[in-house]
Design a protein around this ligand. Sequence first.
Ligand SMILES: O=C(O)CCC(=O)C(=O)O
Ligand SMILES: [Fe+2]
Length: 490
Amino acid sequence: MPDITSLDNHCDDMVGHNAILGHPLGVKPSGNALFARKNLRVTIGSFNLLPDELILILLEFLEGRSLLHIGQTCKAFYAFTRAEDLWKSLFIGSPPASFTWKGTWRSTYLNLPPLKTAILDCSTLYSDALHRPFYCAHISLGPYITNIPSRNEIARLPNLSPEEFQEKWFNTPFILTEPVKEWSAYKNWTVESLLSEYAETIFRAEAVDWPFKTYVEYMKNNSDESPLYLFDRAFVSKMGLKIGRPDEEPDATYWPPPCFGDDLFSVLGNDRPDRQWLIIGPERSGSSFHKDPNATSAWNAVVRGSKYWIMFPSSSKLPPPPGVYVSEDQSEVTSPLSIAEWLLGFHSEARRTPGCIEGICQEGEILHVPSGWWHLVVNIEPAIAITQNFIPRAHLSAALDFLGNKPDQVSGFRKDVHNPYERFVNNMREEHPDLLEQACEELKKKTEGKKRKWDEIIHGKTEQEGAGGSSEAGGFSFGFGDDGSDVEVP
Ligand SMILES: O=C(O)CCC(=O)C(=O)O
Ligand SMILES: [Fe+2]
């Protein structure tokens, strides 16, 4: 991470400001304008009528040369045009064929050595929109990851048997401290060791595909509020890895801990959705609140580094976690833009909210994310992890419900796999008819329960009357999406 204060003294106009945490030009939060005698914003003419956010949106329409020109008109516009998101979008919109990461998106896009970047004194410009990203990029994670109330703590166990998982733990987050320590990935992988073997291998990091050596440059030297996160679903083939229990596959890099049991998505063979990802990122990178795809459960194994997790159960009766807003059909999740912003604004409320579970998954440990649980994850130090999603027996009904009733939200299948729900049900009927029947029963009960409640509310029916009426009126069925059945809708 560049030391932004060390960039002083390279421009005549630089004043030795002791910037409020973060902003390289000394821009201060908006509140400071209240008692300020001078405000740089008056120099932007009619634009002064517009809120900062709108000015930034307008600047998004400009290409690099115009941004540079408008930045030369006055200090305030210079500060606006230094917003890193503008340059990140330009870079991602038209990535140069070859480039060297230079510590910021602006310097990288313009191919400028960082020390050639002017540091004008903008300490009389007051803007939350400009100050916030730099502030968020430097907050200390300490207060959020310490003093976890004991009632919130994620259970920690050495290991579990498949029976214990299936009977008692399938719907509870937990951390296992033993299994990953056996993996060759745990014994051998570091950023440096991967670099020596895979420097030129292209990995996906959100919207970019970069050689690993470029990502490592970025990882070691960036000040992004939300650092790019390497999240690659094809790493096994790209790296030529072998996966499997060591007795069957002596060269295996890792293997899923046996306690999680069979993954029922494997009945789909090669038509199954994406299931495994290599995850690498610097301190402060991570995943903002989400539930995992297709109502799957997951495990997440920390090979290097450590991760802070905060999790909430979900159900139609529970609200989403504080600061997270979900559209009626749950297809869209809106939460503050960055993890740091969520921590600043909502962490203390979240910690007090019933159901909240928190913990740190240390190097060599693996965490279980049950189907449907909300989670936010932040890397406390540079981290390498492997995650795998699966359908355990105990959550088959949740997966069927999701695939059957939320087809527009189903994700991760190849484009040529049509009607994954139908395929999954057919293959389950072939390979595990008993499990399918059991899950079908569970869903029927759930639907009838909901229908009963609905009838009581709407028609004032008694429990018995409602129950009788509901199955006739078409409770859950394994029709293929044309009967309008939806366990969420009465
Ligand atoms: O390691 C992380 O950032 C968490 C990843 C995660 O939540 C996921 O893969 O669904
Ligand atoms: Fe996740």
